[in-house]
Design a protein around this ligand. Structure first.
Ligand code: ATP
Length: 642
């Protein structure tokens, strides 16, 4: 932006030159939560009606799976309500026939009384059925939500870790979470749509029963009105979209002008006028867009209302003609007027629900799309694979793994063997592939090529859960679970009962015990500030908890990826002492940049750009004077200099 403009302060002091800004902000990335509104704003009438049957089928299927009894109750009660609506119209006609007949008024009222009683009974039963639908829906919708959400979580927790390397997968998962709420809306909207269709059909059937010619009047009253209502719905969604775009742009500007983070730079660079100018321009353009859409909404709804009025006039004219021509009796014409009003109410409900089914269906489609995508990443169903014995030997043969969108492998043809009781270390510069190799050894990732064997058998031939149970892992990027300190540690062996002594022993080995004791509620302290009295921990404290979790399992194979990067010297010493205690008893794979901590390792493997370039004991590698010796000497020099 090279051009500049002169701005003047309110006190007329010239402001320094300000860069010009575009009239509007660049186009916003489509937001997932606008999916349904955007789709309906873009879809034509044909598109909506083509897709609608499929969406309705999905809604019925999901409701049926969640709760058959309540789904059936809603369907039956809605149908019953429709039958009673038709019956009510016929009873109304009977009442009118009796009232319009000749003779004294008391006689006419008496004659109309049975039909009136039937009419009142039909209305009362309809009310009860309406209540039954309400209760059934109240019970059905939370069950639908739980069923779809659980199915989503069943997938998200089972898919291979590899799936998360794909950005599209993570985005699809976010959209799918919105789709679980949309499932509830879709079911509700579909049921309402069904109610609208049933009411309309009831009126049509009643009208045909009264006199087939009246169907013509009904069509005149409903078809143009229905069309106008659907057009108006389409434009209304365009209006939602426009106002949602304005709100999102406002939000962007708000974070620039009314946020703590930007406050200091805003002042130090004197950006106030610049940003206010940007606000005026962006909002000016945005309001113009919104106004144009609002005008279209007004025009369309007004045209719709006029069409409704003209249609109604047409109905009256037609009824008048049929009456004068002697084609229909007066009572039938009067009932038809009532029927037309009922039909228009049903139509309004129906067209509104068509829009809503379509919009909520788009979100639900996202959910279904995600489940289909996730199914491709699910592990094969558990068959009768053997559960491995504790480790005797782990053999990695020519293992390679290349991440998607990367032009070189993260791990390249690595071969190594680890025997039970050994402590081995993986070292190398950042990005050399240590964590990736560890992820494959821990069974979290599958190699692209090559094999990893546990006691002479490739990983895929062992029962996956059984294999993982023998491996404890402390990841470099550990998760801060929002539970108590005790639970955070106990999660290292979630299938075992939480034994306080075992938890404390694990915490002691990770130098976490004293630190936990000092927390306000000791081991019961919640480690998440979202909760009342929840606490947050420092990076090093969290690292101790993570190490304690890994120690709790006391697995035959323990993999620790950078377990001490945030630890203070005392905690680090305690941790490595605990790791040394495992030597000879259990197997440990250690990844660390603190080379002084691995001099005791049985073997050290040095990685560079994914390949294994050196291996041996500390002494052997120092004698070779290769990369390891250089790195070690460099680090040691730092301490010596001090
Ligand atoms: N999920 C991923 N998707 C794509 N590339 C990845 C992913 N994880 C790691 N990489 C890349 O793979 C290479 C090896 O990464 P890795 O984390 O295994 O290295 P490392 O030796 O453990 O590094 P550090 O010492 O920094 O922890 C790096 O180039 C890294 O950028």
């Amino acid at each position: 932006m090279s051009a500049t403009t002169q701005n003047v302060r309110s006190d007329d002091t010239p402001l320094p030159s300000q860069p010009t800004v575009p009239a509007v902000l660049p186009e916003l990335r489509p937001s997932w939560w606008e999916t349904g509104v955007r789709a309906r704003a873009d879809a034509g009438m044909l598109g909506v009606f083509t897709e609608l049957p499929g969406l309705i089928r999905k809604a019925v299927r999901v409701a049926w799976r969640a709760d058959r009894v309540r789904t059936s109750m809603v369907a039956v009660a809605t149908l019953g309500s429709g039958v009673l609506a038709a019956f009510g119209l016929l009873a109304t006609q009977r009442v009118l026939i009796e009232l319009f007949a000749g003779g004294p008024t008391p006689d006419r009222v008496r004659a109309a009384l049975p039909a009136l009683i039937l009419l009142a009974a039909a209305a009362a039963i309809r009310g009860t059925l309406g209540m039954a639908v309400g209760y059934a829906l109240n019970g059905l919708t939370p069950r639908v939500h739980v069923a779809v959400e659980r199915e989503l979580f069943e997938h998200t927790t089972a898919v291979d870790l590899k799936a998360f390397d794909d950005d599209g997968f993570a985005e699809g998962m976010e959209r799918a979470t919105r789709g679980t709420e949309a499932a509830v809306e879709l079911v509700q909207n579909t049921m309402n749509l069904f109610a609208g269709v049933v009411s309309l059909l009831a009126v049509i059937i009643a009208v045909i029963t009264i006199h087939p010619l009246l169907l013509l009047a009904l069509l005149v009253a409903t078809v143009p009105t229905g069309y106008a209502a659907l057009r108006a719905g389409h434009v209304r969604f365009q209006s939602y979209l426009a106002s949602s775009t304005r709100r999102r742009r406002q939000w962007v500007l708000q974070t620039l002008m009314a946020d703590r983070v930007s406050a200091a730079e805003l002042r130090s660079y004197g950006l106030r006028r610049f940003l206010l100018g940007l606000y005026d321009r962006v909002m000016g353009a945005q309001i113009a867009v919104e106004l144009a859409v609002a005008q279209r909404v007004t025009t369309t709804t007004s045209v719709g209302a006029s069409i409704g009025g003209i249609a109604l006039t047409g109905v009256y004219a037609l009824l008048g003609f049929l009456l004068l021509d002697g084609q229909i009796p007066l009572a039938a014409a009067a009932t038809c007027v009532i029927a037309v009003q009922a039909a228009q109410r049903a139509l309004a409900l129906l067209t509104f629900q068509v829009d809503r089914v379509y919009a909520s269906g788009q979100f639900f489609n996202e959910y279904i799309r995600f489940l289909v995508a996730a199914a491709e990443h699910l592990p094969p169903p558990a068959d009768e694979r053997p559960v491995p014995e504790p480790l005797r030997e782990l053999a990695v043969h020519a293992v390679t793994l290349q991440y998607p969108d990367r032009d070189r492998p993260a791990v390249d043809q690595v071969t190594l063997t680890v025997r039970a009781g050994e402590t081995i270390a993986l070292v190398g510069e950042n990005g050399s592939g240590k964590s990736t190799l560890a992820a494959m050894i821990s069974g979290l990732r599958e190699p692209g090529s090559g094999t990893i064997e546990w006691n002479g058998r490739p990983y895929p031939e062992w029962d996956t859960a059984g294999l993982r149970a023998h491996i404890g892992v402390a990841l470099q990027e550990h998760h801060k679970w929002p539970f108590s300190a005790a639970t955070n540690i106990a999660m290292g062996d979630v299938d075992a009962t939480a034994d306080p002594e075992r938890i404390e022993a694990a915490a002691r080995r990770a130098a976490a015990h004293e630190m936990i004791e000092e927390l306000p509620h000791g081991y019961d302290t919640l480690l998440d500030r979202t909760f009342k009295e929840g606490q947050d921990l420092s990076g090093g404290q969290w690292q101790r908890i993570t190490a304690a979790r890994a120690f709790l399992r006391d697995a035959p194979l323990l993999i620790m990826d950078e377990p001490s990067s945030a630890l203070d010297p005392r905690a680090e010493d305690a941790l490595f002492q605990a790791l040394r205690d495992r030597q000879g008893r259990h197997t440990t794979i250690l990844i660390t940049h603190r080379l002084a901590n691995i001099t005791h390792a049985n073997r050290i493997f040095v990685m560079d750009h994914g390949a294994l370039i050196e291996s041996g004991t500390h002494r052997e590698l120092m004698a070779v004077d290769g990369v390891y010796a250089q790195l070690f000497t460099l680090q040691a020099a730092g301490y010596r200099a001090a």
